[in-house]
Design a binder for this molecule. Structure first.
Ligand code: ARG
Ligand code: GLU
Length: 716
């Protein structure tokens, strides 16, 4: 027995679990030279790590921004021209749209600088420099501190480090934690505040395939939009002003028309938001087999009801387009993720690793019982996590209740509340009410309420559901429909007129009435339940989990000293690299690595909203009027896939070839591989990009905005 253990142990030393396979990883730009450059060059890269990230000279990083807080964008001209995804610019495009100027439907192209449209509250953040400050952040922190002592000390250290750093810089300074609190980087950044909309294709192109094709390959979406960064005349960030000028970047991306060939080296540079690659098996098991399925089920029911109504009524379809997209995006992602982990036997693999870990940790007091403690603590948090998900998905899935929740502040005013404060709340409420009812369809929401509240009521144990649901039992003899009928009949939140009447001459007496409104009662009951019965426990168990995960992360690194580790995504700038390649999604099926304009014509169906093709695009196709944007095979390539490790936030990220030239814009992942947020599998995890030649073809040939192409640096 002893001998076997020894053998296994030596085996592990030489073949550590999860040997890193090219394709996996979201790497820190500053550490590329040390950790990745050699491998990247072996895979075909012709440039250096210093060309990608440098603080001494202009480098590719100077052309990359976090766009609008949740996406990535890249600068492609010396005039601050910026590319990102259509779905990242969607909000901005929508806000500039009206019935007369419907830019979502028809697209938008500024034919001169004057026509470029400013966007309130849209930022682009550029990383200027990063520094490892781990030792300074952890100074005075010791292993025998409690979690709260520890985090207090760290917060203090961070604060003083940031304060002193700020003395010597005009940049914005933040400190981010990596490897679950085992490493800290100080990040200097510039935040641009005047970002204008320059161009967007019609949704038939920018969102072609819609939710039907979302997360799927083969894909034909021209998911791009064009913006421009404006600055003050000192070339520094400045809020919108008439006399701002286009930003002159230190570097802008050259664009290649050569395309992406099979097996070509490629890398992505952008802002992945969140991954969890180092979770214990218990956490993954719960997510994949318990919480995802519940959330999927609830969303499925909601989506079915959406579809039933939107299919029959074009007005409702527009009203619910964005809500549908949001609910469906997460729903589909979770389905793919659960399937992918099961198919890869992910939980079993993690369990095997944990067995090996236990053998290794056996003589270490700190690590020895970690795995069994994980088991216990995840078991303990499960009912609370479920309470949270039922609340979010089922409770607040009812729009009426969610809307009523927004009136919490108003409901609290009393005789002493200042007039000015009330006025402001009323103005907010009025605005919110207008935007809510613009996109609200009551019969749909009522049906959603019947379905979702029934699930909430029937599936959550009494002590894990908010009090208002118990009315269904005490007053309505378990008849959810009867309760919902009462809810919708009595609440004022069902009509804009009733809400307006309530807001008119609002005073503390009306606030008291508001408190009795059944939709408000439901909303309040949910939030009371969450704050008093769930939040505290979740937070305190989460503290335990975070501490354990931090220790486990460190232990995994100690156990496998030969392995190169990459930190989980945390919305900081990262590099992923891989190859342009297809994959086998299922037995007997093989996917090629690119799609073409022929595929768009093949999918065309004027009766299906997601597959309507623009006339102009058909004309260009018929005439084969492709300019210089066709591939050497004669067709226009639309999208391609590659084995780069990406996640949400990488939307809009540039795809580079071996020379460091732009060849595509990332916008999605293939469904079969969405479990890469939990575990990357190089055989099926693929990111999806729109081919830059299709982007230029649309700008130039379709939209006639060739002045934008003239600004760019195109290499043949
Ligand atoms: N799945 C992509 C992402 O996670 C695209 C989402 C937008 N597109 C859509 N059809 N809903 O952001
Ligand atoms: N569409 C995603 C985004 O908005 C990228 C897809 C993914 O999750 O990889 O960032």
């Amino acid at each position: 027995m002893k001998k076997n253990t020894f053998l296994l142990f030596t085996f592990l030393l030489f073949f550590p679990f999860g040997l890193l396979i090219a394709g996996e990883g979201m790497w820190i730009p500053m550490l590329l030279e040390r950790l990745n450059e050699k491998e990247m060059r072996e895979m075909g890269m012709k440039i250096t790590a210093e060309d990608i990230y440098s603080i001494n000279q202009a480098s590719i990083k100077d052309a990359i921004v976090m766009f609008g807080g949740g996406c990535t964008g890249e600068i492609v001209s010396n005039q601050g021209l910026l590319l990102t995804n259509h779905h990242c610019g969607y909000g901005a495009i929508q806000r500039h749209s009206s019935l007369e100027n419907d830019y979502l439907t028809n697209g938008f192209w500024a034919m001169s600088r004057e026509e470029e449209l400013p966007n309130e509250n849209l930022n682009a953040t550029m990383l200027m420099e990063m520094k490892d400050v781990t030792n300074a952040v952890l100074e005075g922190v010791s292993d025998n501190m409690t979690e709260s002592e520890r985090s207090k000390k760290i917060t203090e250290n961070k604060k003083s480090l940031i304060e002193s750093a700020k003395k010597d810089t005009e940049y914005h300074v933040v400190i981010e934690d990596f490897f679950i609190g085992n490493q800290y980087f100080m990040i200097y950044e510039q935040v641009f505040k005047d970002i204008r909309l320059v161009g967007a294709p019609p949704s038939n192109i920018g969102k072609f395939g819609g939710d039907t094709d979302n997360w799927m390959w083969p894909r034909h979406t021209g998911d791009f939009a064009v913006f421009r960064i404006y600055v003050g005349d000192d070339n520094k960030p400045k809020s919108y002003s008439d006399d701002n000028v286009p930003y002159k970047p230190a570097y802008h991306l050259p664009i290649s028309l050569k395309g992406a060939e099979k097996d070509d080296f490629t890398f992505v540079f952008g802002y992945p938001a969140r991954t969890n690659e180092y979770l214990p098996s218990f956490a993954i098991d719960q997510q994949v087999n318990i919480t995802n399925p519940i959330r999927i089920k609830i969303r499925q029911i909601r989506l079915d009801i959406f579809t039933k109504y939107t299919n029959n009524d074009p007005k409702v379809r527009i009203q619910y387009a964005s809500k549908h997209a949001g609910v469906a995006n997460g729903w589909k992602k979770m389905i793919g993720e659960s399937k992918g982990v099961r198919r890869a036997r992910g939980v079993e693999k993690k369990q095997q690793f944990e067995q090996q870990f236990n053998i290794w940790a056996n003589s270490n007091v700190q690590y020895k019982n970690l795995i069994s403690k994980f088991d216990e603590v995840y078991e303990r948090i499960l009912p609370y996590n479920l309470a949270y998900y039922y609340m979010i998905e089922a409770g607040y899935g009812v729009e009426l209740i969610n809307f009523a929740r927004a009136f919490t502040n108003l409901s609290k005013i009393d005789k002493t509340t200042e007039k000015e404060a009330i006025e402001k709340m009323l103005a907010d409420a009025q605005r919110r009410s207008e935007s809510f009812f613009k996109d609200y369809h009551l019969p749909l929401d009522k049906e959603v309420a019947e379905a979702l509240l029934a699930i909430y009521y029937n599936e959550q144990p009494i002590d894990f559901r908010p009090d208002f649901l118990n009315l269904i039992n005490t007053k309505y003899k378990n008849d959810v429909k009867a309760y919902v009928a009462y809810l919708f009949a009595e609440s004022i939140f069902t009509s804009p007129e009733k809400v307006a009447a309530m807001l008119n001459n609002f005073n503390y007496k009306k606030a008291q009435q508001l408190q009795k409104d059944p939709a408000f009662v439901a909303a309040k009951s949910i939030s009371y339940f969450y704050t008093n019965k769930v939040m505290e426990t979740i937070n305190s168990i989460d503290d335990e989990i975070n501490e354990m995960r931090r220790v486990y992360m460190r232990a995994q690194m100690e156990m496998q000293p030969e392995k190169r580790f990459y930190p989980d995504a945390n919305s900081t700038l990262r590099v992923s690299y891989g190859k342009v390649e297809g994959f086998k999604p299922a037995d007997a099926v093989t996917y090629k690595h690119f799609t073409t304009l022929d595929g768009i014509m093949e999918k065309e169906n004027p009766d299906i909203y997601d597959y309507v093709v623009e006339e102009r695009l058909k004309e260009l196709y018929k005439a084969k009027d492709y300019g210089r944007y066709a591939d050497k095979d004669g067709s226009v390539h639309v999208a391609f896939i590659a084995s780069n490790h990406t996640t949400g936030g990488n939307s809009g990220s540039p795809l580079f070839n071996a020379e460091g030239h732009l060849i595509g814009i990332n916008f999605d992942r293939c469904w079969e591989g969405t479990m890469s947020d939990l575990m990357y599998d190089p055989s099926i995890c693929r990111n999806i990009s729109v081919d830059i030649r299709y982007v230029l073809f649309i700008i130039d040939k379709f939209a006639g905005a060739s002045h934008l192409i003239d600004e760019m640096t195109i290499v043949q």
